[in-house]
Design a binder for this molecule. Sequence first.
Ligand code: HEM
Ligand code: HEM
Length: 179
Amino acid sequence: VKGDPAKGKQIVDAVCAACHGVDGNSVAAANPTIAGQSHQYLYSQLKAFKSGERKNPTMLGMTATLSDDDMHNLAAYFSQQKPKDREAANKELMPLGAKIYRVGNAASHVPACMACHGPSGKGLPEQFPRIGSQHAGYIAKQLADFKAGTDRKNLMMTDIASRMTDAEMKAVAEYISGL
Ligand code: HEM
Ligand code: HEM
């Protein structure tokens, strides 16, 4: 296994904790919870921010001075933290959110999110990120970013998000936050 979590923790305390929480559970909806995300996913996103492939001014700044070893150390640390359960705030959006997540939308060819992200949103380590218990606001922004295709691109997610309506994205984001 690559990376030294103790070395990662030193950077976390000095830099990342302010936004993502010392244990990777963030408070503000714009800052994702990154606790328990797989090493591979965390490392790949840090690299993507640093190279500008995933565009975010804040995270571009945060990754500018990180070495490849730093990124592995940080990924090692956050992948060992435990994400906290969250409750979906808007219960009215649950029926549509649950339908998209578990069944998809056949008419517009939106697949069931569950197929890749798992029945409880835990994802599949090294392949599909965990999305359960994530802030709804952050999830909705990622779907919008995939759809727009300028700040964030991914073959699978760009295709899926581009088939979704704003109402579907909002509802599924809310549903996922409570998984
Ligand atoms: C996103 C790690 C510092 C704000 C992310 C993601 C990772 C990450 C892995 C992507 C999460 C995902 O795709 O689920 C780190 C590390 C940091 C750090 C290791 C320290 C070196 C910070 C700080 C702030 C911040 C200090 C606030 C000033 C954000 C925001 C996003 C994000 C707003 C979401 C970007 C978007 O909407 O695409 N961070 N972060 N991060 N981080 Fe950080
Ligand atoms: C990433 C939501 C369906 C594969 C993501 C992210 C979200 C999301 C919010 C970003 C996670 C983060 O930033 O932490 C959804 C929703 C779906 C869906 C709402 C259903 C409508 C699928 C399906 C697949 C898939 C069916 C597989 C075919 C992926 C992959 C990533 C991802 C590979 C990582 C992308 C990257 O590396 O940037 N998804 N997803 N998703 N999803 Fe999905």
